[in-house]
Design a protein around this ligand. Sequence first.
Ligand SMILES: C[S@@+](CC[C@H](N)C(=O)[O-])C[C@H]1O[C@@H](n2cnc3c(N)ncnc32)[C@H](O)[C@@H]1O
Length: 284
Amino acid sequence: MRPGSRVKLALRRVLPGAVVAWAISARDGRRLRALPSVGVEPGRLRRLTADNLASFLRDVRIGELWNDDSARISTVFEAIDVGDAVNPGDRRALYHLVAATRPLRLLEIGTNIGGSTLALTQAAATHVGDEAMITTVDIVDVNDRTRAASASLASPRTPAENLTLLGLRSRVTFVTARSGDHLRATEQRFDFVLVDGDHSAPAVYQDIVSALGVLAPGGVIVLHDYFPDKSDICGDGAVIGGPFEAVARLVRENPDLSVLPLGSLPWPTKHGSHVTTLAVLTTR
Ligand SMILES: C[S@@+](CC[C@H](N)C(=O)[O-])C[C@H]1O[C@@H](n2cnc3c(N)ncnc32)[C@H](O)[C@@H]1O
């Protein structure tokens, strides 16, 4: 371990959590400001309104199919709120978004234990068809059993093993890489991107810029952990500010871009509430 890292670790142990969080947020703010402005092309984004989102979420047929599919998924991955995974209510919202927008090529940044991967892939299989494929990128090898975060949480298996059990493995390509490196190298274009990787403001800024760069016309970009105005919408004090800071800067730089938080879902999410931190990017 480098001497600087040892000092940081020691400071984290003695300083109160709020001071550490403030210091991290201040550092991320400086790093975000240090990034050069990037011209993006929001024009490829699908134009969506709050009414569109409400109708996607309230679609009765999608809800019925979710009931069947979530029962299938829960045979391999429990419908509980665990670790860094997207909570079960948010997984259902992702399922509805895919079912309603019917993307052929999906990209997920941040596989982790594969909670969202299962919902996205099952939605693509049920609602889009045989050609629908998903690429999921994580900086760590999520299918390395010695590192798999999933043991003893929602599932004792790796994401790849769960997909195999559900007959979905062939639809998913796992990439172990930094999201930015992979998106710069890929020639693929995507109809649906979930941004749920590194949540620091500069990283989310760069992930959104990269996602817009690989987006097919009419594509959808969904963000997780978007806390509007960095307010404590989940009521547990665990506010993640990076996605909001990143989007605020992108919207300042690109006035055509806008963000639609999903707000309150028709079903529970965390701590008995219906609030979600999911949001979609769109154009004005
Ligand atoms: C919040 S978790 C994702 C949760 C996941 N969507 C789920 O529902 O299980 C964030 C993940 O992003 C990964 N990550 C962090 N920085 C990254 C980067 N620069 N590129 C790709 N993945 C990254 C982490 O390893 C972690 O697994």
